[in-house]
Write a protein that binds this ligand. Structure first.
Ligand SMILES: [Zn+2]
Ligand SMILES: [Zn+2]
Length: 206
């Protein structure tokens, strides 16, 4: 398989050829169909996150593995023996990779927020990401089945851009429902939510 690696920040990716990984008993190998390029991937490549006055480095971990790509959709290529026994997934299934794996021990992970893990254990940062023909997942729970009706190029965005927008809308839901006036991307929409087509569509998905 082929994968693209950051060997030096701000320099072109380096391509390398290696064997397809073998999944552990509880894990999976996903053949990547699409991998999004998130702004975080750009930060990763530049090794800097600008928070407006404060600059953070991304690669503070000396064991940093530099194959980015945390927005991955693809097909199940191989599975470990326990996953095969479970029978929930089969080879060829269309899946989205959930990249925020966390350490499973810190306060955030125990609260169900592995994306904010103190230690950080994410696909595309701390584990080889989707800029690769195949992606190894240590556990099958990080592969979520996706229906045929969702194109792969859209599906790959769901586990990062998708849930970011979903979270923002969920947090603002109460305010939206009680609001009487909306401003949506430059269009001014007046009236309660029931008169606002855009808002009704959003509500249905909540
Ligand atoms: Zn992202
Ligand atoms: Zn954690």
């Amino acid at each position: 398989m082929k994968r693209a690696k950051i060997v030096k920040h701000n320099e072109p990716f380096e391509f390398e050829e290696l064997d397809i990984p073998v999944p552990p008993a509880d894990g999976l190998v996903v053949k990547s169909a699409y991998s999004g390029m998130c702004h975080s991937d750009m930060n990763h490549w530049k090794d800097r996150i600008d928070l407006g006055g404060e600059i953070f480095r991304v690669s503070t971990n000396p064991n940093y593995k530099a194959v980015p790509g945390h927005e991955v959709a693809g097909h199940v290529y191989a599975m470990g023996e326990n996953v095969a026994k479970e029978g929930v997934l089969k080879v060829g299934d269309r899946v989205v990779v959930y990249p925020w794996m966390g350490c499973k021990k810190c306060g955030y992970c125990l609260k169900g927020c592995p994306n904010m893990c103190d230690v950080r254990s994410n696909i595309g940062y701390d584990h080889y990401g989707g800029y690769s023909t195949f992606v190894l997942l240590p556990h099958s729970k990080y592969a979520l089945k996706v229906s045929e009706s969702v194109p792969m190029e859209i599906a790959c965005l769901l586990a990062c851009s998708g849930i970011t927008a979903y979270n923002a809308m969920t947090a603002a839901k109460q305010e939206i429902e009680s609001a009487t006036e909306f401003e949506v991307t430059g269009n001014y929409l007046h009236g309660p939510p029931s008169q606002c087509i855009e808002c009704n569509i959003t509500m249905k998905h909540m």
